[in-house]
Design a protein around this ligand. Structure first.
Ligand SMILES: [Fe+2]
Ligand SMILES: [Fe+2]
Length: 295
Protein backbone atom coordinates (compact mmCIF):
# COMPACT_ATOMS: atom_id res chain seq x y z
CA UNK A 1 0.00 0.00 0.00
CA UNK A 2 1.26 3.47 -0.84
CA UNK A 3 1.43 5.72 2.18
CA UNK A 4 0.83 9.43 1.70
CA UNK A 5 3.66 11.70 2.84
CA UNK A 6 2.86 13.94 5.78
CA UNK A 7 3.51 17.71 5.63
CA UNK A 8 6.84 17.39 7.39
CA UNK A 9 8.06 14.75 4.92
CA UNK A 10 6.87 16.79 1.92
CA UNK A 11 8.75 19.79 3.28
CA UNK A 12 11.91 17.78 3.89
CA UNK A 13 11.73 16.37 0.36
CA UNK A 14 11.18 19.83 -1.07
CA UNK A 15 14.32 21.16 0.67
CA UNK A 16 16.39 18.16 -0.35
CA UNK A 17 15.44 18.56 -4.01
CA UNK A 18 15.83 22.34 -3.87
CA UNK A 19 19.33 22.08 -2.39
CA UNK A 20 20.32 19.48 -4.99
CA UNK A 21 19.07 21.78 -7.73
CA UNK A 22 20.94 24.81 -6.32
CA UNK A 23 24.20 22.85 -6.09
CA UNK A 24 23.71 21.46 -9.61
CA UNK A 25 23.21 25.00 -10.97
CA UNK A 26 26.37 26.19 -9.19
CA UNK A 27 28.27 23.25 -10.66
CA UNK A 28 27.11 24.20 -14.14
CA UNK A 29 28.78 27.64 -13.99
CA UNK A 30 31.42 27.85 -16.71
CA UNK A 31 34.97 27.21 -15.44
CA UNK A 32 36.94 30.26 -14.32
CA UNK A 33 39.35 31.25 -17.14
CA UNK A 34 42.89 30.07 -16.39
CA UNK A 35 44.59 33.13 -17.92
CA UNK A 36 45.66 34.50 -14.54
CA UNK A 37 47.41 31.26 -13.55
CA UNK A 38 49.19 31.20 -16.92
CA UNK A 39 50.23 34.86 -16.76
CA UNK A 40 51.50 34.83 -13.16
CA UNK A 41 54.55 32.56 -13.69
CA UNK A 42 55.43 34.50 -16.85
CA UNK A 43 55.50 37.75 -14.86
CA UNK A 44 57.46 36.08 -12.08
CA UNK A 45 60.06 34.84 -14.58
CA UNK A 46 60.13 38.23 -16.35
CA UNK A 47 59.07 36.69 -19.66
CA UNK A 48 59.05 38.92 -22.76
CA UNK A 49 55.90 41.08 -23.18
CA UNK A 50 55.02 39.26 -26.42
CA UNK A 51 54.76 35.99 -24.51
CA UNK A 52 52.40 37.47 -21.89
CA UNK A 53 50.38 39.15 -24.64
CA UNK A 54 49.98 35.82 -26.47
CA UNK A 55 48.37 34.22 -23.40
CA UNK A 56 45.90 37.11 -22.86
CA UNK A 57 45.06 37.46 -26.57
CA UNK A 58 43.91 33.84 -26.66
CA UNK A 59 40.57 35.07 -25.28
CA UNK A 60 39.21 38.03 -27.26
CA UNK A 61 36.52 39.06 -24.77
CA UNK A 62 39.00 39.15 -21.90
CA UNK A 63 41.54 40.98 -24.06
CA UNK A 64 38.97 43.70 -24.81
CA UNK A 65 38.08 43.99 -21.11
CA UNK A 66 41.73 44.15 -20.01
CA UNK A 67 42.36 46.92 -22.54
CA UNK A 68 39.35 49.09 -21.63
CA UNK A 69 39.93 48.64 -17.90
CA UNK A 70 43.60 49.56 -18.32
CA UNK A 71 42.50 52.70 -20.14
CA UNK A 72 40.17 53.77 -17.30
CA UNK A 73 41.32 56.79 -15.29
CA UNK A 74 41.94 54.52 -12.28
CA UNK A 75 44.47 52.22 -13.94
CA UNK A 76 45.73 54.36 -16.83
CA UNK A 77 46.58 57.34 -14.67
CA UNK A 78 50.30 57.05 -15.09
CA UNK A 79 50.52 57.04 -18.91
CA UNK A 80 48.48 56.69 -22.06
CA UNK A 81 47.61 53.09 -22.89
CA UNK A 82 46.62 52.38 -26.48
CA UNK A 83 47.46 48.70 -26.91
CA UNK A 84 47.57 45.48 -24.92
CA UNK A 85 51.37 45.68 -24.96
CA UNK A 86 51.18 49.17 -23.40
CA UNK A 87 48.82 47.80 -20.72
CA UNK A 88 51.22 44.96 -19.86
CA UNK A 89 54.14 47.36 -19.73
CA UNK A 90 52.44 50.16 -17.78
CA UNK A 91 50.47 48.06 -15.28
CA UNK A 92 53.19 45.46 -14.79
CA UNK A 93 53.13 42.63 -12.20
CA UNK A 94 50.45 42.77 -9.53
CA UNK A 95 48.19 45.40 -11.13
CA UNK A 96 48.14 43.50 -14.44
CA UNK A 97 47.07 40.34 -12.61
CA UNK A 98 44.34 42.31 -10.78
CA UNK A 99 43.00 43.74 -14.04
CA UNK A 100 42.96 40.28 -15.65
CA UNK A 101 41.16 38.91 -12.57
CA UNK A 102 38.41 41.57 -12.88
CA UNK A 103 38.17 40.93 -16.65
CA UNK A 104 37.73 37.18 -15.98
CA UNK A 105 35.20 37.63 -13.14
CA UNK A 106 32.97 40.08 -15.06
CA UNK A 107 31.03 37.40 -16.96
CA UNK A 108 29.65 35.78 -13.80
CA UNK A 109 28.09 39.00 -12.55
CA UNK A 110 26.13 39.94 -15.65
CA UNK A 111 22.42 40.52 -15.22
CA UNK A 112 20.37 41.74 -12.31
CA UNK A 113 20.34 40.29 -8.79
CA UNK A 114 16.76 41.15 -8.00
CA UNK A 115 16.27 38.40 -5.41
CA UNK A 116 18.62 40.46 -3.22
CA UNK A 117 16.94 43.74 -4.12
CA UNK A 118 20.00 44.88 -6.04
CA UNK A 119 19.86 46.81 -9.28
CA UNK A 120 21.55 45.45 -12.33
CA UNK A 121 25.33 45.75 -11.88
CA UNK A 122 25.06 46.63 -8.19
CA UNK A 123 26.50 43.32 -6.98
CA UNK A 124 29.28 43.58 -9.56
CA UNK A 125 30.16 47.12 -8.49
CA UNK A 126 30.02 46.01 -4.83
CA UNK A 127 32.41 43.13 -5.61
CA UNK A 128 34.94 45.31 -7.45
CA UNK A 129 34.70 47.99 -4.73
CA UNK A 130 35.47 45.31 -2.10
CA UNK A 131 38.50 44.19 -4.11
CA UNK A 132 39.77 47.80 -4.44
CA UNK A 133 39.39 48.38 -0.68
CA UNK A 134 41.14 45.07 0.07
CA UNK A 135 44.12 46.20 -2.01
CA UNK A 136 44.44 49.40 0.05
CA UNK A 137 43.91 47.50 3.31
CA UNK A 138 46.60 44.94 2.48
CA UNK A 139 49.03 47.72 1.60
CA UNK A 140 48.20 49.82 4.69
CA UNK A 141 48.46 46.88 7.13
CA UNK A 142 51.35 45.32 5.20
CA UNK A 143 49.46 42.06 4.93
CA UNK A 144 51.01 39.09 3.22
CA UNK A 145 49.13 37.36 0.38
CA UNK A 146 47.63 40.60 -0.97
CA UNK A 147 46.61 38.94 -4.23
CA UNK A 148 44.83 36.12 -2.37
CA UNK A 149 42.90 38.72 -0.34
CA UNK A 150 42.12 40.65 -3.52
CA UNK A 151 40.83 37.56 -5.37
CA UNK A 152 38.64 36.43 -2.46
CA UNK A 153 37.30 39.98 -2.05
CA UNK A 154 36.38 40.20 -5.73
CA UNK A 155 34.54 36.86 -5.63
CA UNK A 156 33.28 36.86 -2.00
CA UNK A 157 29.58 37.13 -2.98
CA UNK A 158 29.73 34.84 -6.04
CA UNK A 159 27.25 32.51 -4.28
CA UNK A 160 24.60 35.25 -4.51
CA UNK A 161 24.63 35.13 -8.32
CA UNK A 162 23.33 31.53 -8.16
CA UNK A 163 21.12 31.82 -5.04
CA UNK A 164 19.40 34.83 -6.55
CA UNK A 165 17.69 32.69 -9.21
CA UNK A 166 16.05 30.65 -6.45
CA UNK A 167 15.27 33.62 -4.22
CA UNK A 168 13.24 35.00 -7.12
CA UNK A 169 11.33 31.75 -7.56
CA UNK A 170 10.88 30.52 -3.99
CA UNK A 171 10.53 33.68 -1.98
CA UNK A 172 7.67 36.12 -2.38
CA UNK A 173 9.66 39.00 -0.99
CA UNK A 174 13.33 39.53 -1.63
CA UNK A 175 15.94 38.28 0.83
CA UNK A 176 17.16 41.76 1.67
CA UNK A 177 13.62 42.96 2.40
CA UNK A 178 13.24 40.05 4.80
CA UNK A 179 16.54 40.87 6.50
CA UNK A 180 15.34 44.43 7.06
CA UNK A 181 13.09 42.87 9.65
CA UNK A 182 16.21 42.11 11.65
CA UNK A 183 16.73 38.49 10.61
CA UNK A 184 20.28 37.67 9.65
CA UNK A 185 20.74 37.32 5.88
CA UNK A 186 22.75 34.11 6.06
CA UNK A 187 20.23 32.46 8.43
CA UNK A 188 17.43 33.52 6.13
CA UNK A 189 19.15 32.03 3.09
CA UNK A 190 19.69 28.77 4.95
CA UNK A 191 16.11 28.63 6.19
CA UNK A 192 14.51 29.51 2.87
CA UNK A 193 16.87 27.81 0.42
CA UNK A 194 18.82 25.26 2.48
CA UNK A 195 22.23 26.92 1.90
CA UNK A 196 23.80 30.35 2.47
CA UNK A 197 25.69 32.40 -0.13
CA UNK A 198 28.95 31.85 1.78
CA UNK A 199 28.78 28.04 1.57
CA UNK A 200 27.66 28.14 -2.04
CA UNK A 201 30.49 30.56 -2.89
CA UNK A 202 32.94 28.22 -1.17
CA UNK A 203 31.66 25.33 -3.25
CA UNK A 204 32.00 27.33 -6.50
CA UNK A 205 35.52 28.55 -5.63
CA UNK A 206 36.62 24.99 -4.80
CA UNK A 207 35.21 23.77 -8.06
CA UNK A 208 37.11 26.52 -9.88
CA UNK A 209 40.25 25.20 -8.16
CA UNK A 210 41.16 28.44 -6.44
CA UNK A 211 43.85 28.22 -3.74
CA UNK A 212 42.49 26.90 -0.39
CA UNK A 213 42.87 30.33 1.32
CA UNK A 214 40.62 31.94 -1.31
CA UNK A 215 38.06 29.15 -0.85
CA UNK A 216 38.09 29.62 2.94
CA UNK A 217 37.84 33.41 2.76
CA UNK A 218 34.80 33.23 0.46
CA UNK A 219 33.22 30.59 2.70
CA UNK A 220 33.66 32.61 5.93
CA UNK A 221 33.60 36.27 4.84
CA UNK A 222 30.73 37.02 7.28
CA UNK A 223 32.17 34.97 10.15
CA UNK A 224 36.01 34.94 10.04
CA UNK A 225 36.29 33.35 13.49
CA UNK A 226 34.61 30.20 12.17
CA UNK A 227 37.34 29.72 9.56
CA UNK A 228 39.53 26.73 10.54
CA UNK A 229 42.70 28.56 9.37
CA UNK A 230 44.04 31.67 7.59
CA UNK A 231 42.01 33.98 9.84
CA UNK A 232 44.00 37.10 8.83
CA UNK A 233 43.14 36.60 5.15
CA UNK A 234 39.48 35.86 5.93
CA UNK A 235 39.26 38.85 8.30
CA UNK A 236 40.77 41.17 5.65
CA UNK A 237 37.97 40.14 3.25
CA UNK A 238 35.37 40.61 6.02
CA UNK A 239 36.70 44.12 6.77
CA UNK A 240 36.86 45.14 3.08
CA UNK A 241 33.25 43.98 2.56
CA UNK A 242 32.08 45.76 5.73
CA UNK A 243 33.81 49.01 4.70
CA UNK A 244 32.08 48.94 1.29
CA UNK A 245 28.70 48.14 2.90
CA UNK A 246 29.32 50.76 5.58
CA UNK A 247 29.77 53.38 2.86
CA UNK A 248 25.99 53.31 2.57
CA UNK A 249 24.56 55.86 4.96
CA UNK A 250 21.01 56.66 6.03
CA UNK A 251 19.15 59.81 4.99
CA UNK A 252 20.80 61.72 7.85
CA UNK A 253 24.25 60.74 6.63
CA UNK A 254 24.88 58.37 9.54
CA UNK A 255 26.54 55.00 9.10
CA UNK A 256 24.30 52.10 10.03
CA UNK A 257 27.10 50.30 11.89
CA UNK A 258 30.01 51.90 13.72
CA UNK A 259 32.76 50.02 11.96
CA UNK A 260 35.51 51.14 14.33
CA UNK A 261 33.63 49.40 17.17
CA UNK A 262 33.56 46.07 15.32
CA UNK A 263 35.83 43.54 17.13
CA UNK A 264 37.42 42.37 13.85
CA UNK A 265 38.35 45.97 12.99
CA UNK A 266 39.82 46.50 16.45
CA UNK A 267 41.79 43.25 16.27
CA UNK A 268 43.32 44.16 12.88
CA UNK A 269 44.02 47.77 13.95
CA UNK A 270 41.63 49.39 11.47
CA UNK A 271 40.61 52.66 13.11
CA UNK A 272 38.09 55.40 12.35
CA UNK A 273 40.60 57.53 10.38
CA UNK A 274 41.52 54.59 8.15
CA UNK A 275 37.87 53.73 7.47
CA UNK A 276 37.09 57.37 6.57
CA UNK A 277 40.08 57.57 4.27
CA UNK A 278 39.12 54.34 2.46
CA UNK A 279 35.53 55.59 2.06
CA UNK A 280 36.73 58.89 0.61
CA UNK A 281 39.13 57.27 -1.84
CA UNK A 282 36.66 54.58 -2.84
CA UNK A 283 34.09 57.03 -4.19
CA UNK A 284 36.67 58.59 -6.51
CA UNK A 285 38.15 55.22 -7.53
CA UNK A 286 34.73 53.79 -8.40
CA UNK A 287 33.87 56.89 -10.41
CA UNK A 288 37.00 56.36 -12.50
CA UNK A 289 36.26 52.70 -13.10
CA UNK A 290 32.44 52.72 -13.31
CA UNK A 291 32.23 53.31 -17.05
CA UNK A 292 34.12 50.08 -17.66
CA UNK A 293 32.00 48.15 -15.17
CA UNK A 294 28.83 49.19 -16.97
CA UNK A 295 30.27 48.73 -20.43
FE1 LIG B 1 28.37 38.24 1.57
FE1 LIG C 1 29.42 41.52 0.07
Amino acid sequence: MIRELNDHEVNALHYELLLKDIVATAEKLPPFPDIVWKVMPLIRNMAPIEEIEKVIRFDQVITARVLTLSQSAYYGRRSKISSLQDAILVLGGQRLVQVIMIACAARYFQGSVSGYNLNERELWEHSVATALVSEKLARRLRLKKALTIYTASLLHDIGKTVLDLYAKIYLHSSLSEITNDGIDLIDMERKALGIGHQELGELIARRWQFPPEVVLAIGHHHSPDKSPSDKDIVTAVYISNAIVNGAKRDENGHESVRLDEDPYFIRMGVDRAMVDRFHGELEKDMEEIRLFLRG
